[in-house]
Design a protein around this ligand. Sequence first.
Ligand code: NAI
Length: 303
Amino acid sequence: MSGIGKVAVIGAGVMGAGIAAQVANAGVPVVLLDIVKEGAASRSAIAEGAVAALLKADPAPFMSRAAAKLVATGNIEDDLGLLADCDWIVEAVVERLDVKQALYRKIEGVRKAGSVVSSNTSTIPLASLISGLPETFARDFCITHFFNPPRYMRLLEVVKGELTRPEAIALVSRFADAALGKSVITPKDRPGFIANRLGVFWIQCAVIEAIEQGLEVEEADAVIGKPMGIPKTGVFGLIDLVGLDLMPHVMDSMIGLLPPEDPLHAIHRPQPLIERMIADGYTGRKGKGGFYRLNRAGGGKVK
Ligand code: NAI
């Protein structure tokens, strides 16, 4: 295969919609699939909604109306056949191994030979993702870990498995570099790869320190954000952007996967504050706000 002429993204959430938009903006046709929710107006409502939301977002050179036309939306049950002529299929569904693997089995039934399948997982090792799947799948599979928001974050972690064909890695890395403007790094297949091992550590420390010191959300971000090199959002803004509900999944996943002697083990414990906020619906920007509440001017104390 000489290049990537068509891409599929499965999961039209925070990450999937952003990845699809960026690919479309590079002039490459994209299929964006999601699941149909009970009572949805149309069979592809979630994916269509994601594209509409991206068009409404702040002006950004990533999803023009012309690019939007390159995105075909659909649902995973009825429209799986749309994957058949895709050269690269990116999975960006919830961070659950069982859900991802069930999806891979479906993909394997329809994808064309030699197409690359990759996961946007934040934490699940590649070896676990392909466990029990056919070797043909494993040879074409890798992890492509984009960062949030995909259109602005230049880093892309590409993780290779023992069986992954080098050509598959070369294909997506070349495309990510040339078409999407990414800086590709190739971490080892270990929990959290490189960036999340550092990033989750930062977030945990920030929450613990802000509670200990009785800081307001804005105060904490003023200290732990820009001065420490975290752009614009600060740490708490970043948690709201990423989604608080993702945090326990990432932590659980890390705790379950880190060997007992790993020095990061002690740090990766879900914070009760975050669990309480999720239970109250404060899941971040995609919910009714997070540390920066949508119904208040500011964030208030971290407690
Ligand atoms: P999200 O919750 O915003 O979106 C997930 C989407 O997947 C939802 O629209 C859901 O309906 C859909 N979905 C669930 N099961 C499905 C299935 N079987 N078939 C098709 N669609 C299905 O999640 P988000 O935040 O976009 O995360 C997606 C993946 O990206 C996860 O693996 C996460 O760990 C990873 N990730 C997330 C980052 C973030 O900042 N949110 C950053 C980097 C990676």
